[in-house]
Design a protein around this ligand. Sequence first.
Ligand code: FAD
Ligand code: NAP
Length: 312
Amino acid sequence: MLDCAIIGGGPAGLTAGLYATRGGLKDVVMFEKGMPGGQITQSSEIENYPGFYQHGKTGMDFMDTWQEQCFAFGLKHRMEEVAAVRREGEHFVLDIPGKESISAKTVIMCTGSTPKRAGVKGENEFFGKGVSTCATCDGFFYRNKEVAVLGGGDTALEEAYYLSNICSKVYVIHRRDTFRAAPSTVDRVQRKENIELITNATVEEIVGDKTGVTGIDIRDAAGNISRLEVPGIFVFVGHNVNNSVLKDSAGNFICDINEQGQVIVDLNMHTSIEGLYAAGDMRINAPKQVVCAAGDGATAALQVISYIQEQA
Ligand code: FAD
Ligand code: NAP
C-alpha cells in the first residue's frame, strides 16, 4: 500500500512529490501518462518564475531539473495513465488499464487542465509560435505590437484587457455580437481605446512562416475574408479540466466539483473526501501559473504528511 499516490507529473505533481519524499513518506509514486513536466513544456520561454531568469530557456529546459531533483529524493515515477480513483474502505484504489490496481492511503490529484483549441486552420501548426493560450505567460513577447484575441467569454475579455496594457493594439474576434463575459467586463473593454471588438466574425485561418504567425484571416458576417497582420493570437475559448479520473463507473464524481468541472478544495487543497487532495490547474480558482501550481503541490504534500502521521 502506497503512502501517497500523485496523479499527474506537472509542476503541481512534481512539487508534491518533492515535499512528500523529503518530508519522510516512504512509498510515494507519481503517475504521469506522458513525460513529466506538464503544460509548461509546450512553452517556448518562461520568464515569470521567480529565481529563474535565463533568456531563451524553454519550458522543457525549465522542467528538466525539477524531475532530477524529485527523483534524487526518492520519488518513484510510473509512466502510466490512471483511468480512475476509487475509495475502498479506508484507502484508495487506482485503476491502471492493463495493469494491476494500486492501493494508496492518500491521493493527490494533479492532472491539470487543457485549454480548448478553437479548431482553426493553422492553430496547431503555430501553437507556441504565435498562437498562445496564456496572456500572463506570453503577453510580454508582444510588447508594443498588435495582437488578436479569439473568444467572447470572461477569460477572453479579461485577458484582452491585460494585453491592452502591454500591446499597442488588441483585436478581439468573437463569433457573435453579444458577449458571454460579465457586463462590467464588457463595458471596461469597450472603453479601452486600444481594444477593437470585431464581432460576428470567425477566424478562417492562422497564417505564418518559419518565424511564426504573421497574420489571421477573418471571415465577417457577409462571408468576406480579410487579413489582419498580427504576429500573435491568443485563443481563449474555454478550458477542459482533466477530471475524468475522479468519475466512478456510473459517471458520477467521487468528490465535489463545481459547474466548470474544477475540483472544490479548501486552503489545504483538501477535497470533500478524506485523504483526497487536488492541486494546480484542476482546482477551483486556479490562477493557472506554474508558481501557483507548485505552491499547491507543496501544500497538499504537507497535509498528506500530517494526515499519515495522525493515522499511524
Ligand atoms: P499540468 O501542467 O497540466 O500537468 C498535469 C499533468 O498531468 C500532465 O503532465 C498530464 O500529462 C498529466 N495527466 C493528466 N491526466 C493524467 C492521468 N489520468 N494519469 C496520469 N497523468 C495524467 N505558467 C506560468 O507560470 N508561466 C508561463 O510562462 C506559462 N506559459 C505557458 C505556456 C503555455 C503554452 C501553456 C499551455 C501554459 C503556460 N503556463 C504558464 C501555465 C502553466 O503551464 C500551468 O499553470 C501549469 O503547468 C499547471 O500545472 P499543473 O501541474 O497543475 O498541471
Ligand atoms: P467560456 O465562458 O466558455 O467562453 C468561451 C468563449 O469562447 C465564448 O465566448 C464562446 O463563444 C467562444 N468559443 C468557444 N468555442 C469557440 C470556437 N471554436 N471558436 C470561436 N469561439 C469559440 O470560457 P471562459 O471565458 O474561459 O470562462 C470559463 C468559466 O470561467 C466561465 O464560467 C466564466 O464566467 C468563468 N470565468 C470567470 C471569471 C471571473 O469571474 N472574473 C474570469 C474568467 C473566467 P460563444 O459565446 O458564442 O459560445
